[in-house]
Design a protein around this ligand. Sequence first.
Ligand SMILES: *[C@@H]1O[C@H](CO)[C@@H](O)[C@H](O)[C@H]1NC(C)=O
Ligand SMILES: *[C@@H]1O[C@H](CO)[C@@H](O)[C@H](O)[C@H]1NC(C)=O
Ligand SMILES: *[C@@H]1O[C@H](CO)[C@@H](O)[C@H](O)[C@H]1NC(C)=O
Ligand SMILES: *[C@@H]1O[C@H](CO)[C@@H](O)[C@H](O)[C@H]1NC(C)=O
Ligand SMILES: *[C@@H]1O[C@H](CO)[C@@H](O)[C@H](O)[C@H]1NC(C)=O
Ligand SMILES: *[C@@H]1O[C@H](CO)[C@@H](O)[C@H](O)[C@H]1NC(C)=O
Ligand SMILES: *[C@@H]1O[C@H](CO)[C@@H](O)[C@H](O)[C@H]1NC(C)=O
Ligand SMILES: [Zn+2]
Length: 308
Amino acid sequence: MQFAVLLFLLALSRKIVSGSEWCYQSQVSCNSTCAGPDMWQDVSKLCNGSSQSPVNIMTRRMHQEEKSARFHLDGYQETFHGNLTNNGHTVQLDLPSSIMISGGHLAKNYKAIQLHLHWGKNGAHGSEHTIDGEQFPMEMHIVHIKEEYDSLSQAAKDHTGVAVLGFLFQESQSINKNYTSLVEVLPEIIKPSNSTMLKDVSLEMLIPPQKNLTKYFRYNGSLTTPDCAEAVVWTVFENTIPMSREQLTAFNQLKFSNGAPMVQTYRPVQPLNGRLVYYSKGDVPMVSWVLLIMSVLFASPLPQHSDG
Ligand SMILES: *[C@@H]1O[C@H](CO)[C@@H](O)[C@H](O)[C@H]1NC(C)=O
Ligand SMILES: *[C@@H]1O[C@H](CO)[C@@H](O)[C@H](O)[C@H]1NC(C)=O
Ligand SMILES: *[C@@H]1O[C@H](CO)[C@@H](O)[C@H](O)[C@H]1NC(C)=O
Ligand SMILES: *[C@@H]1O[C@H](CO)[C@@H](O)[C@H](O)[C@H]1NC(C)=O
Ligand SMILES: *[C@@H]1O[C@H](CO)[C@@H](O)[C@H](O)[C@H]1NC(C)=O
Ligand SMILES: *[C@@H]1O[C@H](CO)[C@@H](O)[C@H](O)[C@H]1NC(C)=O
Ligand SMILES: *[C@@H]1O[C@H](CO)[C@@H](O)[C@H](O)[C@H]1NC(C)=O
Ligand SMILES: [Zn+2]
């Protein structure tokens, strides 16, 4: 009888260790039974892979893309009503699959499925990617999958099945009015599995203007939550999204399933293991081309002077 109880307890503790429940470091405590980031490999072996995300982007070690390529963002300007959910790890907005991206050195067309955010505590240190060691207060991920797939799990089996656009946030003095409606409905989704309708939102509202999207970092990596599938073509834009400290802090009112404030929802940076990070500096602005042509036109008829 006692042996049976012992076996049962052993089985139970194995289940806990093998961790069906993953969580962020901020949820790990002596009395918590969830698996923090350094245990994720027990939740999914893929988390122990060699091409994991996020990473620290070192701007002195980047490789310049030879040719720049603009992103084509289709449907980013469309207004829609989206289901916003507290899924226990983050806040997620489901996106219409009519939203598509192409260009930007992507080999295929990808359609949007959802976006979500990663943030810190009291408006500080919350991004997943860091740049030269600097962690930003928040990071948004717009998740897209190749057009031919029906789900994220299907796309995750393809080495380049998923394309995530990452946007870093920076604290600003003034409120970012484009985020008012999202921040205002957070009180409706305090608890995990709560959801609400976010009305009249467009992706264009939530990201920097298109002219500011020409500079970005690119590398091959993984999903930053279990199962950590190495299926993501990452794009992290250099231009940041401004947000006030009050707005950033508003995300801390959300709660994890243990009732604790939802804070520091990021995975620590992972080793590059020899992967290259590319940098796309963007199109030469039209104006410079005009100036260049004009200077050539005006320069050429001039007689050779001193050096002739
Ligand atoms: C640990 O457990 C105690 C007692 O159940 C609880 O009061 C405390 O909030 C827990 N700590 C965390 C970080 O969840
Ligand atoms: C993780 O991977 C390393 C090397 O790739 C290996 O030595 C180690 O045993 C793996 N750990 C687990 C828990 O799978
Ligand atoms: C919103 O998403 C949640 C979680 O996926 C789901 O339970 C809920 O039914 C959805 N609501 C609507 C209106 O689609
Ligand atoms: C949020 O979820 C909790 C527990 O699951 C539930 O009791 C509550 O009614 C939900 N709130 C809303 C606004 O849906
Ligand atoms: C807010 O959205 C508008 C329209 O998309 C855009 O032009 C503007 O730059 C955005 N403001 C900020 C602070 O991002
Ligand atoms: C766009 O980029 C310019 C130049 O870097 C910057 O001054 C401006 O604030 C940016 N606009 C937005 C809305 O991010
Ligand atoms: C990502 O992987 C694909 C397929 O293996 C390869 O063609 C591409 O060059 C890689 N991209 C980067 C940025 O390393
Ligand atoms: Zn993410």
